[in-house]
Design a protein around this ligand. Structure first.
Ligand SMILES: Nc1ncnc2c1ncn2[C@@H]1O[C@H](COP(=O)(O)OP(=O)(O)O)[C@@H](O)[C@H]1O
Ligand SMILES: [Mg+2]
Length: 344
């Protein structure tokens, strides 16, 4: 059983999910994982793979929201040499690479309709051909789909195929948000603390008062947000900045994503939570910085050299601030992109 799954076991709310994982792992059924971003859909997907007879083969993930339609098609099904501009050589897709393994299609709700049709065909017939190719390729892949979208609404809006919906939704696993399973927070925080202390060679601790603030907080970014918070505690060598931010968030009603530009004005101590004026000022300054840095990074598609120039700080200073502000590079999808296409 994977490390993450052990942590996953700790909450009563997760018990039925753990049971379901054990039950469905041995079968070949398609699984639909649902839940807010950061709740652990991918972790559950991996756990299913690990507990399945396919464990020795590949587990691969494709984020359907990360690529435009043509690239996504090539990513999934591969392409033949010359299939499109930039296709300098033949490239197998993830369906081929995951043969006899498991393929997780993340953010399935974002898949373009044309590809939904192709995916349905693959699921029904177990075969496909590469982009620009004729050859029929057989595939034996266990499919797991994940989404934080209201697929039923997408279906009513004709953005998601009904037949594909029913084909995918054989077994549905709904993962509750972290705020509905707060008893997991201490266990998870401890898990991440150990992990990052080991990773950075530190021995930072989380004070009891910070842990209590963690327990009260809403965690709209779920486990991913908690993980980043603990990472910042370890990197900064102190829980103070994270604590101040969380307390300030609680003081303004638990909302975690302040409207840009208004953050500083909204930091207000409540009657029963002590927080110094100095801390409020520092927190507001950091919040303003965080919003500005995030905006610039998004604008330049996370080209950090470019962002540093625009923000008129050194590249190194920006990297530090990215960590300090808990802005983590979005996943590793970049590495998955077909190389020759990226070069073109
Ligand atoms: N039960 C868990 N134990 C430890 N880490 C977890 C657990 N669930 C999620 N995580 C971590 O939280 C982050 C978000 O999880 P992920 O599976 O990517 O969420 P989602 O796919 O729902 O957005 C990841 O870094 C993951 O490792
Ligand atoms: Mg995810």
């Amino acid at each position: 059983m994977s490390d993450a799954l052990l942590t996953l076991c700790s909450s009563g709310k997760m018990q039925p999910i753990r049971d379901l994982v054990a039950k469905v792992a041995a079968t070949n059924t398609t699984i639909l994982l649902r839940g807010e971003s950061g709740v652990g859909k991918e972790v559950v997907g991996r756990a299913i793979h690990k507990a399945s007879p396919r464990a020795a083969k590949q587990f691969l993930k494709v984020n359907c929201a990360a690529l435009p339609s043509e690239l996504l098609e090539s990513e999934l099904f591969g392409h033949e040499k010359g299939a499109f501009t930039g296709a300098y050589r033949q490239k197998p897709g993830k369906f081929e690479a995951a043969h006899q393994g498991t393929l997780l299609l993340d953010e399935i709700g974002e898949m373009p309709l044309r590809l939904q049709a192709k995916l349905l065909h693959v699921l029904q017939d177990g075969e496909f051909s590469r982009v620009g190719g004729e050859k029929i390729i057989d595939t034996d892949v266990r499919l797991i789909a994940a989404t934080n979208r209201d697929l039923e609404a997408s279906m009513r809006a004709h953005q998601f195929r009904e037949d594909l919906y029913y084909r995918l939704n054989v077994i549905e696993i709904r993962i509750p948000p972290l705020r509905e399973r707060r008893d997991e927070i201490p266990v998870l925080a401890d898990h991440f603390l150990k992990k990052f202390n080991a990773q950075y060679g530190r021995s930072v601790e989380i004070p009891g008062e910070t842990l209590r603030a963690f327990l009260d907080y809403e965690w709209p970014g779920n486990i991913r947000e908690l993980e980043n918070a603990v990472k910042r505690v370890v990197v900064l060598g102190s829980a103070r900045p994270v604590h101040v931010e969380i307390v300030a968030n609680l003081a303004r009603g638990g909302r975690s994503t302040p409207r840009p530009g208004t953050a500083a004005l909204e930091v207000r101590p409540s009657s029963d939570t002590p927080i110094s004026l100095k801390d409020i000022a520092r927190q507001a300054a950091r919040e303003a910085e965080r919003v500005a840095i995030k905006e610039v990074l998004d604008r330049v598609h996370w080209n950090r050299a470019k962002a540093a120039r625009l923000l008129q700080i050194s590249y190194k200073a920006l990297l530090y601030k990215i960590v300090q502000c808990g802005l983590v590079v979005q996943d590793t999808e970049k590495d998955d992109k077909p190389k020759e296409v990226m070069a073109s």
